[in-house]
Design a protein around this ligand. Sequence first.
Ligand code: AMP
Length: 432
Amino acid sequence: MANQPKFQAIKGTRDLLPPQTELWNRVEQTAREVFSTFGFGEIRLPIFELTDLFARAVGGETDIVSKEMYSFEDRDHTSVSLRPEATASVCRAYLEHGMQQLPAAVKLYYLGPMFRRERPQKGRYRQFYQIGAEVLGGTDAPGIDAEVIEMVMVFFARLRLEGLQLEINSIGHSARECRRGYVEKLKAALEKIKDQLGEDSRRRIETNPLRVLDSKLESEQAAIANLPRIGDHLCDECAKHYAEVKRQLELRGVAFKENWRLVRGLDYYMRTTFEITARGLGSQNAVCGGGRYDGLMELLGGPPTKGIGFAIGEDRLILSLQEAAKGDVAHGPDVYIAWMGEKTQPAAIAAARRLRNAGFRVELPPTEQKFGKALGQADKLGSRYALILGEDEVASGHWTVKTLADGSQQKYGEAELLEFLRLPRGPAKGQG
Ligand code: AMP
C-alpha cells in the first residue's frame, strides 16, 4: 500500500474534483440563470471581514459567533474573521456603497465558501458553500417574501431536486410588543421545565430562548411540544403580514407547511422565517434557510431598511442530487482522436480544433499510438467515439468514426461527421 501522503486537507475541508465539479458548475450556472430572471444581480464579497461586523449582525450570543468563527488578529491588532455567512457582508456593502440611493428594492445574490468550526459529519463541513440572495430596501410587502421563496423553489425544480419540504413560520417583530411579550412568556415557561432540558437549552433560556424551540434532542421534545406558541401572540400587524405571506404563496402555487418551532439560528430575523429540507441527507437535511431581517441594517449603523433573504447549502444540495442520481455528469471525452503516422498529426490537430470549436470534448494524444492501443485508451477514458485518422483517411478526406459502446464503424466527410456527432445520443458506455 502507498504511504500516507505527508499533507492532507484540514478536517472539515475537502477538495472538489472532476467530474464532480461539473455538477457544481451546473448548479451555480442554473442559480445565476434563475436568479437573473427574477431581477437579481451578483455581488462578490470579501472572504474575511472585521469580527465586529459578525458579532453585531449575527449576534455575539449565537453559537456561530461565540464558538465557530475562524478569527485572527491582523497586523494592526484588529480582529478579523473568515465569514461564517454572507448576509452581514451584503448589508455592510449596501451601506458602504450608498445603495439606499438606488431604485428600491436592491436585489443581490452571492455564491461562495463560508467557514464555521463545527463538528464535521455528512453534510456538515467547516468550509462549506452557500448560494444566497437578499432583497434590500423598499417595502416589506408579503408578496416580496413569497416571491423570494418562489424563486428558490423554481431553482430547485430546475435542478429536479426531489422530496422537498418547505416550512414557514412568523416569529413576530423584534421591535414590537408581540416578540418581547412572547419571549418573556417563553422564558417563564422554560424556567418551569428546566430540569427536563439539556445543558445547551438551559443556557439558552437566558441568552437565546427562541433557539430552544429548534432543539433536535430527543429527550427534550415532549417538554418543548407544550411550550407557548408565538403564533398565538402575534400582534395584529404581524398576524396580518403572516396571513398575507401564506396567501401570496398559494397564489404562486408554492406548497408549504407551517411549523411554529421554526426560528432560525441567527439573531437578526423577524416575521417570516422559512426552511427547506430535501431527501437523502440524513440528519443534516436542511438545504435552505431564510427569513426577513428588517432590523439588521440599523444594527450596523444604517437607516431603517427592509430586508429578506435566504442561504442555500450548496454541499447538501449537491449531495441530494447525487443521492437521487440526478447528478450524473458526463465522464469521458466525446471524441478520442486515434491518429497514426507522422504526416497525419497536422490533420489530427486541425480536427481537434474544429471539433472543440463546435463544442465537443476532445482528447488528442500528444504522441502517435498504434490503433489498438489508442482504442483501448479511448475505452478506458469512457469516450463515446474514436475518430480514426490514418494516412488513408487524410488522403481521402473521409474519416472513420467508431462508436465505442457497440463497436460499429462509419466513414464520414467533415460536414457529415459534425452532423453525426450532433445527433441525440443515449447514455455512453458504462453510464447506463
Ligand atoms: P444558516 O446560515 O445557518 O441559516 O445556513 C443556511 C444553509 O447553509 C443551511 O440550511 C445548510 O444547508 C447550509 N449550512 C450551514 N452550515 C453548514 C455546514 N457547516 N456545512 C454544510 N452546510 C451548511
